[in-house]
Design a protein around this ligand. Structure first.
Ligand SMILES: [Zn+2]
Length: 366
């Protein structure tokens, strides 16, 4: 079975947010044929442009909003389930809290509706108005009630890192409602110094994720909320590549690094999950060795081009043993997001497990 835990989705249309809230800065989706749609270049029939006010952001295709197109993509690559989350530019933590809540509810309801339509193909994560933790905590409860299995948040919330005590009530809500927390880089550090070569995505995103992991570990959040299942995008960004340095710093400068914890950062590797999106078999092997296969979930960043364009192929073609492969492709995701394997199992998924040699052995212990 293949479960992709990192898959972004947007509604096909949403209200004009500048009109609705009275100020700009929000993303809109201009479809082929919409008024003003040609301003940023041709939009092929059926496609759209994501636009921030007057600025072009990204060209997108129907597989971003059309569930049937997504399922067709999944079928092509043998992906049984996508765990859907919004596109991080929609987080809108900079906006007025009530407006971000309003937008979050719209996006979360859209994902919940997809789960109703396709309960065996999709699971879903909600977005939260994290700049207002009381509103965010309430939305966690509502997300649970509408059938989502977790939330997706950014690596920082405006000027605050994730260990700021203001977010404790959000973690408490996630713990109380058994909701996973998928942490995705956004609003990358040093953006003004990276105008070219797609550098914010290639260079800026990985340290964002490491910043989030280090903040949650060293700030004591993982100690205070041990039941919260944090899952980090892009295999934890630069965290694994610099873990030796981080551990060393923890040892030599306890005055700076051990203010809220005593265990070294690498002692927390079993406390959280990462996705598998590294594009590098050697790095994937290292991460699996360090964290365990049950902490590394297939994640593709679908439907975007920087993602895994052949979902799961690197794992399937690796020299991992069959049980490890099955764990990476689905078992870790089931644990991280509290999903029931039986709900998603089909003849095709069982056949796939058998093809990689794992058979039905996973079913007995998950
Ligand atoms: Zn992503």
């Amino acid at each position: 079975m293949k479960i992709d835990i990192h898959a972004h989705v947007l509604p096909k249309r949403w209200p004009d947010l500048k009109d609705r809230y009275g100020y700009g800065g929000f993303i809109s989706l201009l479809h082929h044929g919409d008024p003003g749609a040609g301003k940023h270049g041709d939009i092929p029939f059926g496609c759209a442009h994501m636009v921030k006010d007057e600025t072009f952001f990204r060209a997108v295709e129907p597989n971003l909003w059309d569930s049937h197109a997504r399922i067709a993509d999944c079928d092509q690559h043998g992906v049984d389930v996508q765990v859907l989350s919004t596109v991080p530019v929609m987080f809108s933590y900079w906006a007025k809290p009530q407006d971000t809540l309003d937008l979050a509810r719209f996006l979360n309801d859209d994902i919940a509706e997809r789960l109703i339509q396709h309960p065996t193909r999709f699971a879903g994560l909600g977005t939260l108005p994290m700049q207002a933790p009381d509103l965010a905590a309430a939305e966690v409860a509502r997300c649970k009630a509408i059938g989502l299995c977790g939330v997706e948040i950014g690596t920082h919330i405006e000027q605050f890192n994730l260990d700021d005590p203001r977010f404790d009530e959000v973690w408490a809500a996630c713990e109380a409602h058994d909701m996973a927390v998928f942490v995705h880089p956004w609003d990358m550090m040093g953006m003004s110094r990276m105008p070219k070569h797609w550098l914010p995505w290639l260079v800026g995103m990985p340290p964002e994720t490491s910043l989030a992991i280090c903040s949650l570990i060293m700030g004591g959040v993982m100690d205070r909320f041990p039941q919260v299942r944090f899952v980090f995008a892009h295999a934890g960004g630069s965290f694994h590549g610099t873990l030796g340095r981080i551990d060393h710093g923890h040892h030599v400068r306890p005055d700076l690094c051990q203010t809220h914890t005593t265990r070294k950062p690498s002692d927390y590797l079993r406390n959280f999950w990462v996705d598998s999106l590294v594009h590098d078999p050697d790095m994937l092997r290292l991460i699996v060795r360090r964290q365990g296969a049950d902490r590394v979930c297939l994640g593709t960043d679908a439907p975007f081009p920087l993602g895994d364009l052949e979902p799961g192929k690197m794992i399937e073609e690796s020299d991992f043993d069959p049980i490890t492969k099955e764990m990476l492709l689905s078992g870790a995701a089931l644990q991280a997001f509290g999903l029931n394997r039986q709900l998603f199992e089909t003849e095709a998924s069982v056949a796939h497990s058998e093809r990689i040699g794992a058979g039905r052995r996973m079913g007995s212990w998950m």
